[in-house]
Design a protein around this ligand. Structure first.
Ligand SMILES: [Zn+2]
Length: 401
């Protein structure tokens, strides 16, 4: 069996002002041996390639991860789609396609880039050629994606570390489709809920974990169910279908798939109040942190999560810490290349007066004036915790040597 594999991983925050331009796609795109190297590693591609029957041939499609920011420029998406099509055509006869997708990519004109890519690939292969896609847990799944893919498989962890499992299942189903022992039938349902990202952790006691557990138990009761993927959605990426979705795939049982998707959707809807988020004003949060005897207290500015595509230069908490004269406070990081340049120009041990943060857009506070001493200049290379490394190993492609 001869199968093509690749990836299109883009998180588009519709509210972020920094667009992801063509040049970033061109710089980030991996091809050929670099993609094959990923297939020999972990992650979705590795899980897929290493679960194929012995003797299978893997053909590399592009793999692109240009990062997390705002919308994609139209020409960047069009160029990427064309790269996929050209590579697929040059690959000659293939038996199946496996893609790793994020599920939130949007341009100014096109709100469902993954649906568009799947449609283009579907048109380029025979109707019965398997196209299976792995999805990030934050995917906003659309009917177009469901219709064009033979099967969509979401991760079931958040933070996500089970990408390899999605690939493994994809390989099993694709092999079954090709020897005609399996025929996936997929259904999709949505409970009309788009919860905030901070309510979507999958850990004991969190509402999404309850839904995942329910899905697992339901699947365990019926061998005809190949997969139930409850997806969290990405509420800052706007498309009509933004929010939680339930994707169910059965073997040859479209009615059962619909029934189970409805059942899990209903269970999610009944839990909707558990997803409610109580917001606290920054002034209140800082005052409470200062007043508390226990510590440390961590304040997260979730409106400026770089992991959700915002600039990461929010100053709301810093400004409030200064205003309330907080002592012993530490700021995680504020992205500000101009301030970094000023500090580097001054040199270690020197005093500087500059403004930091709040420079990219108008949503995350104003630049804050600070004075201080440059303590260190760092190359930015650091050792992450194991959990973070696992998370990023799926997304950051290894460079070919
Ligand atoms: Zn995610």
């Amino acid at each position: 069996m001869r199968v093509a594999l690749g990836g299109y991983l883009v998180a588009s925050n519709s509210f972020a002002t920094q667009r992801i331009e063509l040049e970033r796609f061109q710089r980030a795109m991996l091809r050929g041996e670099a993609v094959l190297k990923m297939a020999r590693g972990g992650g979705a591609l590795g899980g897929f390639a290493q679960s194929l029957p012995a003797g299978s041939e893997v053909v590399p499609l592009p793999f692109v991860f240009p990062g997390l920011a705002g919308k994609i420029s139209d020409d960047a998406h069009a160029w990427t789609r064309q790269e996929f099509l050209t590579t697929l055509r040059q690959a000659g006869k293939i038996d199946g396609v496996f893609l790793q997708l994020h599920g939130t990519a949007a341009t100014e004109r096109l709100e469902d880039c993954e649906g568009d890519l799947l449609t283009a690939l579907r048109a380029a292969v025979d109707d019965d050629t398997p196209i299976i896609a792995s999805l990030d847990g934050h995917a906003n799944v659309t009917p177009q994606m469901v219709a064009r893919a033979s099967m969509l498989i979401g991760v079931k962890t958040n933070p996500h570390y089970d990408f390899a499992d999605t690939g493994e299942l994809a390989a099993r189903v694709m092999t079954g489709m090709l020897d005609r022992s399996l025929a996936p039938a997929t259904a999709w349902a949505q409970p009309a809920m788009a919860p905030a990202l901070q309510k979507l952790y999958i850990a004991p006691g969190w509402p999404m974990e309850h839904i995942i557990r329910l899905a697992r138990n339901r699947q365990a009761r019926d061998r005809r169910i190949l997969d139930i993927s409850p997806l969290c959605g990405f509420f800052v990426s706007e498309r009509k279908e933004t929010g939680i979705s339930i994707v169910v795939t059965t073997d040859r049982e479209p009615n059962l798939a619909r029934e189970v998707a409805e059942e899990i959707k209903q269970a999610a809807w009944e839990r909707r109040h558990a997803f409610h988020t109580d917001m606290v004003a920054v002034s209140e949060a800082v005052a409470e942190a200062i007043a508390t005897d226990e510590g440390p207290v961590v304040l997260g500015d979730l409106a400026d999560s770089g992991g959700a595509g915002t600039p990461g230069d929010g100053t709301a908490i810093l400004a409030e810490l200064l205003k309330q004269d907080a002592r012993g406070a530490v700021i995680g990081n504020i992205t500000d290349p101009a301030a970094v340049r000023e500090a580097i120009n001054a040199g270690v041990g020197q005093s500087v007066t500059l403004t930091i943060g709040g420079k990219v857009d108008k949503f995350h506070g104003d630049p804050v004036p600070i004075s201080g001493r440059v303590r260190t200049i760092h190359d930015g290379v650091f050792t992450a915790s194991i959990a973070v490394r696992r998370l990023w190993s799926i997304a950051v492609a290894p460079r070919s040597s």
